[in-house]
Ligand binder design. Structure first.
Ligand code: UDP
Length: 246
């Protein structure tokens, strides 16, 4: 448990982007599905309030700190994580490492056409990358078995699931035993960024821990969701030290 920090009951791995991607590449060489989630403060607050969701997150093989709130929380709790390890950044690093190898990627999520557009952009950006298939992220429960079959039939060993949280974590967990991929990563809006249908915050905002401010200026409707950040900060300050670090 040494290399993990217990943040309100969620065990977050103390890894950098580089370390996380190294682990993921090594997971690709191991049997069974490895679940990778990248919780931000909003997700950790949801897990704090919901034991079933907390257990679902803790059942992942790798949980990285997506968001400056989670990084600060780890510092407050005396087990500092060196940097924010967002799903998008980890995904880029992993793709850079597996391009030109036999590993195959499947893109699942986003509005119709987004995964295909992301595929085109990724093939330009990572020459030699093998993409086994795409599927948009809008479906009915009865479509799920055929989605799992499509992913398995593609022969992909790496799966990006981009349905937004907590949908993507729940989807991966629900189908973990049926998926033949070695790694499934829940990485939110990353396909939109790869496809160019959404922009990432400029580097300045990311470097200064104020990406949330940029996103708020672009999508003021997120304001309600963003209240989770100060709530999370207060909860960690008030309750965080009661959780055992081992
Ligand atoms: N999405 C999806 N299926 C759904 C709901 C959402 O594929 O039923 C996609 C949506 O198109 C977007 C991503 O999930 O590409 C969610 O992005 P967001 O930035 O909201 O993710 P979060 O901030 O929750 O990680």
């Amino acid at each position: 448990m040494d290399n993990r920090v217990n943040i309100l009951g969620v065990y977050v791995d103390m890894v950098s982007i580089e370390e996380a991607s190294e682990k993921i590449v090594s997971f690709l060489g191991e049997k069974g599905l490895h679940k990778v989630y990248t919780p931000n403060s909003e997700i950790i607050m949801a897990a704090y309030k919901d034991e079933a969701f907390r257990n679902l997150l803790n059942n992942a093989e790798l949980l990285t700190a997506d968001g400056i709130g989670v990084v600060y929380a780890s510092k407050i709790l005396g087990k500092p994580i060196s940097e924010r390890a967002a799903g998008y950044d980890i995904a880029c690093e992993v793709l850079g490492r597996i391009k030109g190898t036999e590993h195959k990627l499947f893109l699942f999520g986003g509005r119709p056409g987004v995964a295909e557009q992301a595929e085109r952009e990724l093939l330009k950006r990572y020459p030699g990358l093998k993409i086994a298939g795409c599927r948009n992220g809008y479906f009915k429960p009865e479509d799920e078995p055929s989605i799992v079959k499509q992913i398995n039939d593609s022969g992909a060993d790496l799966l990006f699931v981009c349905l937004g949280a907590p949908k993507q974590e729940q989807w991966i967990s629900r189908h973990a035993d049926e998926l033949s991929a070695r790694v499934a990563m829940g990485i939110g809006g990353s396909l939109d960024v790869f496809a160019g249908t959404a922009e990432r915050a400029p580097k300045f905002f990311c470097d200064h821990g104020i990406e949330w401010l940029y996103r708020l200026s672009k999508q003021p409707s997120r304001a309600g969701r963003m209240l989770a950040l100060p709530k999370f900060g207060f909860t960690v300050l008030l309750k965080g030290r009661k959780y055992k670090q081992d």
